[in-house]
Structure formats: C-alpha cells, structure tokens
Ligand binder design. Structure first.
Ligand code: COI
Length: 379
C-alpha cells in the first residue's frame, strides 16, 4: 500500500544536541565504536504508515522486553558512507543501491518498505548536521548505519504491527585492525553461511551472528577472516566441489590466468548465497568498462577452491581481494583450505597487487569525488 510507504519530508523535526561530543583524531578511530551527536528516526505503524521523521540527539532506545526484534530477529540493516571531497563537499556513493537493498531485506522479513529517495534526502540532511565528524583524509569516512527493527510488543510470531527505521553514524578508517594490509583467510568446512532459497542475500542481522564462532575459530589459528564455501555438484564435471561464496564482511574477487590463457577476474554469482554488494556491483561494472578492453575476461560465475588452488600451484594465480562498503577493496594474501595454504600471488614484501590497487584507486577516486562520476552523489 503506497500510503503506508509514504514519508512526508516537510514534517522533519530537528532537535539539536546541547552536549556536542569530542571528535577523535583519525588515527584513534576504531571501526564502529564512536558515534556522532545525532540520529535520524522514523516510526511506522500498520494503521498509520510512516510518521514524521525526526533528527534527535543520539540516545538509547527504550523497548519492552517482549518487543519482537529481541525474540524473532526482525532486523535488517545497511552500510553506506559519507565522504568529504577536496573542495569540502560531502558525498554519498550510490545511496539508491542501499535503499533498494534495504527495501528488499525488510520485505523478506515482513517489515514495512519505504520510499528510498525520501530517506536519501533525510540522510543528506543528517550528514549535513554531522559534517564536522566526516573525515577528509583518503581511507576515512563517516560510516552510516541505517537499521530497521520490528517494535511490536508481542511473543506471537507474525508480521510486526510497528517498526522503527533509524540511522546512526560513526566516523571510521580501515575496517580491519591491521590497517590497509593484505589479510589471510581460512576456508570454513564445517558450517555454511547461506544456501539457495535461504536469506543469505538479505542484509539481516540474523545472517551475521551465526558467522562469529567460525570467525573466532579462524582467528584463533591466526587468520583474520573466514571464507564461506558452498559444497555442491559441479555441473560440468559431476564432482562435488567447495564453491567460493563470500567472506561475511565482504564479497570476494579472484584474478587468475584461466586454462585458456586469458586473464580472468571472477566473483561468485548472485544465486542467493552471497550478499549483493554495492562495491561488488561497482567493481564488475568498472571491470567491464576498463579491463575488458585490455583483454580481460570478467565473470560472475561459480568457482571452487580446487580451481583456485590449481591456479596457485600452476603459477596462474594473480590476485585475490575482497570488496565491501566497510572493507572497500581489501587485498588477500592467502587462503587456508583443507591442508593447503593457497597463496594469492603476493610476494612477502607486497601488500596489494596491481589489479587490487587499481580497483581501490578507481572506487575511492569516485567515492572521494576525484573522478566525476554519476555514482558519487554530492549533498
Ligand atoms: C559493510 O560493508 O558496510 C557491512 O555491512 C559489513 C559489516 C559487517 C561491517
């Protein structure tokens, strides 16, 4: 019902804080630990739709212990960033993609959809108010976290009759505590993140909590992240293989020289087992525009660990990197798979390969407004 979706921008109420926070130096920022002065909130009820948007001081939520989000995980979120360009303008990167994805995620769990373009306008106002928190240094930005929860007070399992959409913001630098360095991955064999027909392609909080134990176990063995596999029959060979999906905090790309001798950049297809990353989509578009003319093949296709391991053994592995809003473009040094350490083409003294660096430069160049591009939306 469009009436239940509609948001009235003219009704925005802004209540400014009287106790502005200290703004940390960039070097002291830890991802997602400190927040700005304000938050943006919109409440929804099944009978009245979206109520007047509000920007208020950042504050606790007060919810009944029986609220459905706490029991049945009615929660979906987004990750997006505001950047400051050299002229001091604030920019968003493809915010329409985040709004469309949030609408798909919430629709999957019976939370209300909304007019994405209107929420982008509200986020712009929120960013203007929080401008002093937006770092201008490359690699630093204001991470925006839109979040929607079901707020109905009931233990009955059913569609929430009320919801809250809110946006908070955190000034951030690199996502991984190791900084802009290549990370090592451990391929997880004993747990599965997602499966076709499941919700692994929706940005639900419920997809993240179950990833932590395998992540901790990988960390206990010295790997920064774990890599999620999906075991399935290879349609071509009829053999069971461990297909590469994603990392949980980022999508994964591999650049190899394929069996035909062609350079190929590949990433898993949108088959329900990976999050539909905005940076993933951007890299694919840029690769098709800029690498294909250089002779590259660009593929959204299934590929498995045995293919990567073989490429590494035969000297055909070029580079592996992750992509995400938080992770941007993150080089990968190696993937531990069964008893084999699959080396991802970096010599010990090098933190990122040429292709990884080019994508990082292209993506950041657009995000920070150094390259004029329709993806970068000036506030
Ligand atoms: C993002 O990249 O924005 C994400 O949502 C990943 C998150 C786990 C930090």
């Amino acid at each position: 019902d469009p009436k239940l979706q509609a948001i009235d921008l003219s009704k925005l109420q802004v209540q400014k804080t009287t106790t502005p926070k200290e703004r940390l130096d960039n070097k002291d920022l830890v991802f997602g630990r400190t927040f700005t002065d304000h938050m943006l909130s919109l409440e929804w009820t099944a009978s009245n739709g979206w109520m007047d948007p509000r920007i208020t001081p950042y504050q606790n939520l007060s919810l009944d212990p029986a609220t459905c989000v706490f029991h049945y995980a009615f929660e979906a979120f987004e990750g997006m960033k505001a950047y400051k360009d050299k002229q001091g303008n604030v920019r968003l990167f493809r915010p329409d993609m985040n709004m469309a994805r949030l609408n798909r995620s919430v629709a999957r769990i019976a939370l209300p959809t909304f007019e994405g373009d209107k929420v982008i306008e509200l986020i712009k106002k929120f960013c203007q108010l929080e401008e002093r928190f937006i770092p201008s240094e490359r690699g630093y930005s204001l991470y925006l976290r839109p979040n929607m929860i079901g707020t109905q007070r009931t233990l009955g399992v059913g569609p929430p009759g009320s919801a809250l959409l809110y946006v908070i913001a955190s000034p951030v630098g690199p996502y991984y505590p190791t900084g802009f360095k290549a990370i090592s991955l451990e391929a997880t064999k004993y747990a599965v993140r997602a499966w076709p027909g499941g919700v692994g392609n929706s940005k639900l909080g419920a997809n993240y909590a179950p990833c932590i134990v395998p992540q901790m176990q990988a960390a206990s063995r010295g790997f920064q992240q774990n890599l999620w596999l999906f075991e399935d029959v290879d349609a071509e060979t009829g053999k069971v293989e461990d297909f590469v999906t994603e990392v949980g905090t980022m999508n994964l790309f591999a650049a190899i020289v394929n069996k035909e001798g062609q350079k190929e950049l590949m990433t898993a297809p949108l088959d329900g087992t990976i999050l539909e990353g905005v940076v993933r989509d951007s890299i694919l578009q840029l690769a098709r525009e800029r690498l294909v003319p250089e002779g590259w093949k660009v593929s959204e296709r299934r590929f498995h660990m045995r293919e990567l391991a073989e490429a590494a053994r035969e000297g055909r592995m070029l580079e592996v990197f992750g992509s995400g809003t938080a992770a941007v473009v993150s080089p990968v040094r190696s993937i531990q798979y069964n008893n084999e350490l699959v080396s991802c083409g970096l010599t010990e003294d090098v933190e990122a390969g040429q292709i990884t660096k080019r994508f990082k430069d292209w993506i950041e160049g657009i995000q920070y407004g150094d390259e004029a591009h329709p993806w970068s939306v000036k506030i």
